[in-house]
Design a binder for this molecule. Structure first.
Ligand SMILES: Nc1nc(=O)c2c([nH]1)NC[C@@H]1CN(c3ccc(C(=O)N[C@@H](CCC(=O)O)C(=O)O)cc3)C=[N+]21
Length: 296
């Protein structure tokens, strides 16, 4: 079997197109322009690249982008004051504080200072609780993007065996909740799981989010399974810097039914879902109907 490649880059462009259409209508019919504020603390070069890319795509879909760059030694109090200002700014519908934060800051405290209605990352404890109980919430962008690709590929996910490898609050846990919400039988595997290859071999759907380059091997994959690779690992190969996922792509693509590449898979969908969440937050804030197909 040669796997179908799930083209996240193309899918993300389609999602951004839907977002742009809806944004244009909001402007025309209601005079509202959604706004996204992105806060970056410190000068991490990779983070700067992501933030620039987010800002560019935000403007491309017709939204307002507000970037706030703070130096690495900014007191936590100053960041909390900025968040408070953004919470009370009616032009800002979404707030994203780029993670990780410098070590002198308490990430949980900072994230939970964001108005849950503007928490487009879906990391606030209120949104985590709402998702876990099946209530309307803001859903974390990476798992939402994975869910959109899976629904697009399979139609219904009902009854499928899904194995999520990784138990982070950002990807693994919310991914498991979303799959459960779509009636999958869900297993969350992690670094202490016994016989991980055997657990993965049961899966119709594998979501790899462990942060270990090429850990998931082709002979762990059931024939015809769908493989979603969340990993983005920069490694050196033959003297060159290359980007690889958490899945050994070549061997997995030889047995899987469908697979997402890295780059060009989950990554672009994450940013598209950030824009979708900002639009959703804007519609909710104004009591307007939400876009269809862009939420969980
Ligand atoms: N509060 C917060 N929310 C985030 O969503 C968040 C964050 N902090 N901190 C950093 C990570 C990282 N992240 C990525 C988004 C898109 C790509 C992406 O589009 N990647 C491209 C290519 C990347 C490349 O070439 O370097 C791809 O996979 O095809 C990658 C990584 C969001 N993050």
């Amino acid at each position: 079997m040669v796997a179908e490649i799930i083209d996240g880059k193309a899918f993300a462009a389609t999602v951004r197109g839907h977002v742009a259409d809806h944004v244009a209508r909001l402007k025309e019919e209601h005079g509202i322009t959604p706004g996204l504020a992105v806060v970056l603390v410190g000068e991490d070069p990779a983070s700067q690249v992501y933030v620039r890319s987010k800002g560019k795509q935000t403007v491309e879909v017709g939204m307002n982008s507000y970037e706030h760059k703070l130096s690495a030694d900014t007191p936590q109090k100053d960041l909390l004051d900025l968040i408070d200002k953004l919470n009370n700014d009616s032009a800002v519908h979404g707030i994203l504080v780029q993670l990780p934060l410098p070590r002198h800051m308490n990430e949980d405290l900072v994230i939970n200072a964001i108005d849950p209605a503007k928490d487009v990352d879906g990391f606030h404890i209120s949104n985590v609780g709402l998702l876990g109980t099946g209530q309307k919430s803001m859903v974390p962008c990476t798992p939402l993007g994975c869910l959109m690709m899976l629904r697009d590929h399979h139609g219904s996910l009902s009854g499928k065996d899904a194995v999520v490898i990784g138990r982070s609050n950002i990807v693994g846990k919310p991914m498991a909740q979303l799959l459960l919400g779509d009636s999958c039988t869900v297993t969350i595997a992690h670094s202490r799981t016994k016989d991980l290859p055997d657990v993965v071999r049961r899966a119709d759907i594998v979501v790899a989010a462990v942060g270990r380059p090429e850990m998931v091997q082709g002979d762990w994959i059931k024939e015809g399974a769908t493989v979603i690779d969340v990993g983005i690992n920069r490694i050196e190969r033959d003297g060159k810097n290359v980007l690889v996922g958490d899945v050994h792509y070549e061997s997995a693509a030889a047995v899987a039914g469908a697979i997402t590449p890295v780059p060009g898979g989950v990554g672009p969908m994450t940013i598209a879902c950030l824009l979708a969440n900002t639009l959703t937050a804007c519609c909710r804030a104004n009591g307007l109907p939400e876009p269809e197909g862009l939420t969980a």
